[in-house]
Each structure stands twice: as structure tokens, then as C-alpha cells.
Design a protein. Structure first.
Length: 65
């Protein structure tokens, strides 16, 4: 899993896995979900992230086992 914040576009991207994206859907205003060809989640993108996530430069990342 990879978490990246782009201050230029004010977007936060959470990549669950590396895979080609088949389709994207805005599942909530400002939240885009990207799905792979297998129908599983590839990544999330949060637009205007600084308005909804505090302390963006210091986001802790917890990886599952």
C-alpha cells in the first residue's frame, strides 16, 4: 500500500496495489475509486484533501499482515 499527497493538486492518493485501472467512479463528492479489470479496488483519490484530512504531510501508514 502506498499513500501519496500532492500539494500542487491538493489530492491524496491511496494505492492498494499496482494494477491496470479499468474504470473510475466518484463514489462520494471528491472521492474517486479506481477499479481494476478484476473488479477489485486499485486506489482511492481524495480531491481537496487539505479540507478533509488533517496533518497531510505526516500521514501514518499502517500495513496489514
Amino acid at each position: 500500500m502506498k499513500v501519496a499527497y500532492d500539494p500542487e493538486t491538493d489530492s491524496l492518493t491511496i494505492t492498494m496495489r499496482e494494477s491496470r485501472i479499468k474504470e473510475s467512479d466518484e463514489v462520494y463528492p471528491g472521492v474517486i475509486l479506481d477499479l481494476g479489470y478484476d473488479g477489485e479496488i486499485v486506489r482511492f483519490e481524495i480531491l481537496s484533501a487539505s479540507k478533509v484530512v488533517q496533518k497531510l504531510p505526516k500521514i501514518p501508514v499502517v500495513l496489514g499482515e
